[in-house]
Design a protein around this ligand. Sequence first.
Ligand code: PAF
Length: 271
Amino acid sequence: MRIARDLPTLRAELASLGPLALVPTMGALHEGHLSLLAAARQEAPAVAASIFVNPLQFGPNEDLSRYPRQEARDLEMLEAAGCDLAWLPSVEAMYPPGRATTIDVEGAAEGWEGAARPGHFRGVATVCTKLFQQTGAVAAMFGEKDWQQLQAIRQVVRDLDMPIRIIGCPTVREADGLAMSSRNRFLSPAERAQAAALPGAMQAAIAAMARGATPAAALAEARAGLAAAGFALDYLALVEPETLRACAAPPARLIAAARLGGVRLLDNMPA
Ligand code: PAF
């Protein structure tokens, strides 16, 4: 596996690789990322992964400084997964002094995470646009776990006529149903045992609606159950899958964000 840490090296390495599919990551890799790498292999003859903890997508009071970093282990995992190129830019390489351009997304990026984390999707859209430009990837893989992020990136690619296919890949879950996330490691053992109640409550709400319960009643029951289980719920809502506009009833996407201790968990499911 080739490794590039600056743009001249990246460009030199790209010159000898064919069309590539990119897996953008912030590192702290887990099985979910590996599933994206496997899917990338189906999209292009070469596979690249980026590891960059993007300061632009963290708010001032968020967890940038404590975001997990494990570069040596990540590189071993990428190598073992058959990744051809690892792109590990420094903050200075990604955002040289004097930079003055960002990408602002409206539409799918509004509300929910966009409201809870002002500036977050600007940071995501800006770094993804740069990663797509830097690598010239023909496809990029994103987990459905971050559903709103996936739709926001699709919006950017559509709006800016970018010649890249955005591929959403199914959420990879732990045996008890918890969606895999690099931040799950911050859950205490007690919180970790409790965390699967989030997807559990979502599934129960979806099943209740399928049996004829009203969305209002099904979601109210899920909210009450989650509060009793110790979650501080930011939102649990039915939305139109592509626009993320709130909607009254299925077919829809059920999206949720909830805090358990100091960890904010996100999940979503078709409903
Ligand atoms: O989902 C992530 O890990 C990040 O938001 C991404 C897409 C790599 C951009 O920094």
